[in-house]
Ligand binder design. Structure first.
Ligand SMILES: Nc1nc2c(c(=O)[nH]1)N[C@H]1C(S)=C(S)[C@@H](COP(=O)(O)OP(=O)(O)OC[C@H]3O[C@@H](n4cnc5c(=O)[nH]c(N)nc54)[C@H](O)[C@@H]3O)O[C@H]1N2
Ligand SMILES: Nc1nc2c(c(=O)[nH]1)N[C@H]1C(S)=C(S)[C@@H](COP(=O)(O)OP(=O)(O)OC[C@H]3O[C@@H](n4cnc5c(=O)[nH]c(N)nc54)[C@H](O)[C@@H]3O)O[C@H]1N2
Ligand SMILES: [Mo]
Length: 738
């Protein structure tokens, strides 16, 4: 009930009741719009007519569909300097940007500009660069397939693969790990597999806050007899106990304990934990071959088994348990569950992906799955739970600084120009390039680059170093205020808005975390007639940049989005009959090899991998910090200042600590401290945080993103995926003075 009331408060605080109800009724319906919140899939069959959303989806809608709008007068009244003094919460609450705004070099205030003039300024600037690689095209994962496809096409025709995206900070490690081992960087399960599974292991994910509708799937699985194991340094409330607001039982507040086994692992203890479980399984398997592992599957479908086993035998289970911070008793209990069951689903999110050895840890999850033959059959498989609503789709559309050769060749075949072949910059590389003056123009299709990226001070210097920064955005955010010499804000439609083109309301398509492509059609009147749809913005930018030197008929794409989908169909496999199938309510599944037990890796097999447990040595006064999300935010968009499930109200500058550490370091509950570290000879400081004693393993701490991004060193990234290590930041505390 609290969740239901909280949704209502957020929605009706931002708009009137008619608009609010209209939005909520269309949310995640087959003929409605895709929730701009997370990428959790919608049920394929019947959808709850009035509430196929969650509390946090409702907040996402409230944030986007707000009727507060920022036009010329607002920017005239408020200088960039004054706006930059506000915190992210205050900036976000200002409202939607209502018309294109331009900040000339040296100016203190944004001023209105026409769309034509804005495109001309961008086109002229892009045409003036010495090399196309001096421009960077960032994408955040809310952008629909149509705009994403055009955006990468534009960047590539212009001549660069500089297409960093939020994935680089998010599930990149999953993509790399799964690509190498299973031949596809996406998960293999469908929503219906949950109820057919025997075990679900959830590592490093807080679905109660970040994917609330996943709890319904877990509850259903549990009712069908599945065992749920949670691996997390924090006892996340939603995951451990849950009441379903869509059922009477839920509305009455009856809690079903979701988690059967809670493994309160140390930060980065997952690799040791997984190996400990695997060792116990191996012991049993050796006593009676074939009783635990799926030898048939291993023999026919995998490679690298022997090497993996011989490496595993190097370890002692007690030492692994110690490294993970989990008792032998609990590890035995967990191994017992895996011993007997063959249909396992492994789910994970940022708690695994944002570590130095993220790729190796995720591959260890794959090892466990392979030992049990738990992929390519119903009720089993991999489930990296994506963040942004279309982040997976954007990758499918070619938003990828290292696009596969096949993709580049398709572009050449369809459009008759040869796309650049060299890899472009990812997020961290592009920050360095801007810092060094190698990249001069930064264009962002959504997102809040400055606040989302690591090492805020360094990134701010990088952005200020640009000749031009451009943001295609719905809402005002900090990245508009820490800008290049010239800057533009181009206001676009969000998922909730009606996007009219040539007198016809258009729809876009999105791909969810399980590979279902579905239409999304806004139903609310845009707050201003000066907003444009994202696909339209890209096509008009291309026309302004290329004039008549383009090989592509960009104008056609501005007439109807069906024309874009026709060309996606020609370019990308799996989109046959796109325009027809997109119109079928509920959408369609993209092909998925691992789901069918087919692995298109270099050797055609699912690969075991052999990696080691890395030990992190901390000095006496050092702690490990993870940065995570509160219950009242969507990434850098702060809905409110509470974190209800963790019992924190009206404050975000807090650090969760183990009671023993607080005492050991000479502090007490409620003390105000500065957090600092020293990486590569640079001291980074985040000031004024309140200490909160919390259930978290010793030497581990947690703070909220983005407040502590200043502490994440730009040089600290994951092996192979180059993802900033946002869950693995070493820091020290000192008493705040003044
Ligand atoms: N409401 C809401 N929904 C969202 C978002 C949002 O901000 N708000 N963001 C969206 C996006 S882009 C994403 S990527 C997802 C993020 O979804 P999550 O990954 O659930 O997000 P985080 O808050 O980063 O939580 C990380 C979880 O991993 C745990 N963890 C941290 N380190 C470790 C570790 O070393 N080992 C293990 N086993 N666990 C660890 C933390 O305690 C926490 O429970 O959510 C998406 N959905
Ligand atoms: N320390 C730390 N840092 C992290 C993380 C962490 O866990 N810890 N998580 C990382 C992760 S997982 C991610 S995904 C990134 C997120 O990085 P981003 O995707 O860059 O950030 P968001 O906060 O999601 O972007 C919000 C902004 O997007 C714009 N926007 C919203 N909807 C739309 C739309 O429909 N169209 C357009 N054009 N614009 C829109 C609005 O202006 C809004 O202010 O942050 C990463 N950064
Ligand atoms: Mo994400």
């Amino acid at each position: 009930m609290t969740a239901v009331l909280s949704s209502a408060k957020h929605v009706f605080g931002e708009m009137d009741v008619a608009r609010g109800m209209k939005a909520l009724l269309a949310l995640n319906q087959k003929d409605g719009f895709d929730c701009p919140g997370c990428a959790w899939p919608d049920p394929d069959g019947v959808r709850s007519k009035i509430a196929e959303y969650c509390e946090n989806g409702a907040k996402a809608i409230a944030e986007e569909a707000t009727t507060k709008k920022l036009g010329a007068q607002f920017f005239k009244d408020n200088s960039v300097f004054d706006l930059a003094k506000l915190n992210d919460y205050q900036i976000g609450k200002k409202g939607r940007v209502a018309e294109p705004m331009y900040l000339p070099e040296g100016a203190t205030h944004y001023q209105p500009i026409s769309w034509d003039d804005a495109f001309k300024k961008m086109g002229d600037k892009l045409n003036s660069l010495a090399s196309p690689d001096e421009a960077v095209f960032y994408t955040s994962g809310r952008t629909g397939n149509e705009a994403a496809f055009l955006y990468q096409l534009f960047a590539r025709e212009y001549g660069t693969n500089n297409l960093p995206d939020c994935s680089n900070m998010c599930h990149e490690s999953s993509g790399v790990a799964l690509g190498e081992t299973l031949g596809l960087g996406k998960g293999s399960v469908k929503l219906e597999d949950f109820a057919k599974s025997e075990v679900i292991i959830i590592l490093g994910q807080n679905p109660g806050t970040n994917h609330p509708r996943m709890l319904s799937a877990l509850q259903e699985a549990k009712e069908a007899g599945s065992t749920i194991i949670s691996v997390n340094p924090l006892p996340e409330t939603g995951l451990i106990g849950f009441s379903n607001p869509q059922t009477v039982k839920g509305a009455l507040g009856i809690k079903a304990r979701l988690t059967d086994i809670f493994l309160q692992v140390k930060l980065n203890g997952d690799m040791a934990l997984l190996k400990a479980i695997e060792l116990l399984l191996l012991e049993e398997e050796e006593k009676k071959p074939g009783s635990v592992f799926d030898l048939e599957f291993i023999k026919n479908n995998t490679a690298g088994y022997e090497e993996f086993i011989s490496n595993l035998k190097k370890y002692k289970v007690e030492e692994l348990a110690e490294a993970a911070g989990i008792s032998m008793e609990q590890i035995r209990e967990t191994a017992d569950v895996f011993k007997k069951k063959g249909k396992i689903i492994a789910c994970w999110a940022m708690g695994l992906t944002q570590h130095k050895n993220a790729v190796a840890t995720i591959q260890e999850v794959v090892n466990l799955i392979l030992l049990k033959g738990s992929i390519g059959k119903p009720g089993a498989g991999t489930c990296p739970v994506r963040g942004h609503s279309n982040v997976q789709g954007d990758r499918t559309m070619g938003i990828n600084e290292k696009a596969p050769q096949k993709f580049l060749d398709s572009i050449e075949r369809v459009y008759g120009f040869r796309p650049p072949q060299a890899h472009g910059y990812d997020v961290v590389e592009c920050i360095h390039a801007m810092h060094e003056g190698k990249a001069k123009v930064f264009i962002a299709m959504g997102g809040n680059f400055l606040s989302a990226t690591p090492d805020t001070t360094y990134t701010a210097e990088a952005m200020r170093n640009c000749d031009m920064t451009v943001h295609i955005s719905t809402k005002l955010n900090r990245s508009h205020l820490i800008h290049g010499k010239e800057a533009l804000i181009l206001p676009c439609c969000g998922h909730t808005d009606i996007d009219m083109v040539n007198g016809e309301a258009q729809f876009i398509t999105c791909e969810n975390s399980m590979g279902v492509v579905q239409m999304s059609k806004g139903s609310l009147k845009p707050i201003s007639d000066k907003l444009l749809g994202e696909p339209m913005i890209v096509a008009r930018l291309a026309m302004a940049t290329f004039g008549d030197r383009s090989k592509i008929n960009w104008k056609l794409y501005t007439e109807h989005y069906d024309y874009i989908r026709n060309d996606i169909e020609l370019t990308i496999p799996g989109f046959g009959d796109y325009n027809k199938r997109a119109r079928i309510l509920g959408g369609f599944y993209l092909p998925n090899g691992p789901r069918e037990g087919k692995f298109s890796t270099a050797n055609g097999k699912a690969n075991f991998t052999t990696s080691d447990v890395t030990k992190i040595e901390l000095a006496e006064d050092e702690l490990m910090m993870q940065t995570l999300r509160s219950h009242d935010q969507f990434n850098t968009t702060i809905y409110g200042l509470d974190d209800r499930y963790r019992g924190v109200y009206n404050e975000r500058r807090v650090i969760f600590m183990n009671e023993k550490d607080i005492i050991r370091l000479g502090f007490k509950d409620g003390d105000i401290v500065d957090l600092y570290n020293n990486h590569g000879g640079v001291e980074r400081i985040a000031r004024k945080f309140i200490i909160i004693p919390f259930s978290i393993p010793e030497q581990c701490t947690a703070t909220y993103f983005p407040e502590t991004n200043v502490l994440v060193p730009i040089g600290s990234t994951a092996d192979k995926s180059n993802t900033p290590t946002s869950k693995m930041v070493i820091l020290k505390l000192r008493k705040h003075v003044g």
